[in-house]
Each structure stands twice: as C-alpha cells, then as structure tokens.
Ligand binder design. Structure first.
Ligand SMILES: C[S@@+](CC[C@H](N)C(=O)[O-])C[C@H]1O[C@@H](n2cnc3c(N)ncnc32)[C@H](O)[C@@H]1O
Length: 231
C-alpha cells in the first residue's frame, strides 16, 4: 500500500466510530436520498451480484441487498477494518444482511476475478482514492461484459452558499462532533480538489466503459456517474 493510501486508511480508522453520525449531521440526512436515487438509477436485477467498493460502514451495500433480493449477493470491499466491523454489525441486524459479505481489500487491486459482477458501485469513495483512473479500471475489470458501474460522489457545487457551507460549516461540525477534526478539513478540501464530473466521465471511458453519463444532484454537490462495460 502506498504512503498516500495508508494515510487515508489511518484517517478512516480514526473517524469510523462517528462516521455515520457525522454523515447524517453534515448532509442533514440528504445522503440517504442520494443513495436511493443512485440505486434507482442503477436498477440492479433480482439475483444480481453487486460489488460495492470502498463500502465503509455498509449503507450502500445494505440498500443494494434489498434490491437484488435473496437470490442476489452483495460484496462490500474496504481497506479499513474498523469501518468494515461497523458494516458487519449493521448487516447482522438487517433483514437482507445475510446476503452481504464484507471483505478487506484495496480498491486499487481488487482481489476478485475478471468478469465477475453484474454491477460495481462506489459511494463517496472515488474522491478518496489516490489513483481514480486505477480504481475505475479495477471496477471495469471485475464487471461482466454489459455490467454497470455507478459512482455517487460529492463535488464542488455551483451555488456560493453551498461552497461557503463546505468551507466553513463542515470543518466546524468536524471540530465539534468528530474525534478527528483534521478529517473534516480534508473532506472539505477534497471536494474542491476532486476532478469535475466531465473529467470523471472521460476517465471512465478511458479505462474501458462503453459509455458513462453523469447526473448532478442538489446544485452539483453530489454527482451520480453511471456507465456500462461494453459487451
Ligand atoms: C467516505 S467513506 C465512504 C463509505 C461508504 N461507501 C459510504 O457510502 O458511506 C470512504 C471509504 O473509502 C475507503 N477507501 C479509501 N480508499 C480505499 C482504497 N484504496 N481501498 C479500499 N477502500 C478505500 C475508506 O476506508 C472509507 O471507508
């Protein structure tokens, strides 16, 4: 693992216990609506095998489990054991949790076969990868021909009041409620440093997607990218 990756991993280790609380506070619960919009757009089929990369505390994996049903399977991958421990705990109390498995692994070198999954998702994860094209490339590799790739990610918004919210309120909430305030300075900066949606769509095509479109939500603060691997 590179130095950059181990510093990201260390940061998520320190925020894990309060990650869900801060997510709810900072987005005022909007992340739940964005996840639902993402799953509605992905439209996985019952019985599908979905890999959720950088799965964290497992919210997206559990939402996907409800859509693929008892004949489907969801594999959540993350390199932070502390985040995965929370995901497993949530899955054990969730009606469809038994079809989820959570494995430790690096998004930049997934320990999964080629042409393996019907869908691959990454939610609030792409921005944290030290090599975005590398991460997208790995997701494309594990997709079956015709499989779908979805990313939901935060992005620099258009309205100036939202920009101000990101620059001022997010670090403040981090100082007030997290055990590791620098992570929320990083969060704010990483959103502004993340490549614009059109560049992500280009990268998706560069690494082998037949097409990749994007859909901004909430003034561009969140963006869904949806692509398909060629048949
Ligand atoms: C902001 S959290 C998102 C978690 C989750 N997907 C969600 O929807 O809340 C980012 C996650 O990406 C993981 N992550 C970052 N880089 C990674 C990498 N190279 N390989 C695997 N996981 C990674 C972190 O450990 C963390 O759990």
């Amino acid at each position: 693992m590179s130095e950059g990756e181990s510093s990201i991993q260390g940061m998520f280790t320190r925020v894990a216990s309060r990650y869900d609380l801060l997510n709810n506070l900072m987005s005022l619960g909007a992340h739940k609506r964005w996840r639902l919009a993402a799953v509605d757009m992905l439209r996985p089929n019952p019985g599908d095998l979905v890999v959720d990369v950088a799965t964290g505390t497992g919210d997206m994996a559990l939402l996907l489990a409800g859509r693929v049903g008892p004949d489907g399977r969801v594999v959540g991958v993350d390199f932070c054991p502390e985040m995965l421990a929370i995901a497993r705990r949530k899955a054990s109390a969730h009606p469809q949790g038994s079809i989820c498995s959570f494995i430790e692994g690096d998004a930049l070198g997934l320990d999964l076969p080629d042409d393996y999954a019907d869908c691959a998702t990454i939610v609030f994860g792409l921005r944290n990868l030290t090599d975005i094209a590398g991460g997208l490339g790995e997701m494309v590799r594990i997709l079956k021909p015709g499989g779908k790739l979805l990313s939901l990610e935060l992005s620099a918004p258009q309205p100036s009041w939202l920009q101000l919210y990101l620059m001022r309120a997010i670090p403040w909430l981090g100082r007030r409620f997290s055990f590791h305030p620098p992570a929320y300075e990083y969060l704010s900066a990483s959103i502004f440093n993340h490549p614009p949606p059109e560049k992500i769509a280009r990268l998706g095509k560069d690494v082998g997607l037949a097409a990749m479109d994007y859909y901004p939500l909430f003034g561009g603060l969140a963006v869904i990218h949806l692509g398909r691997k060629g048949s």
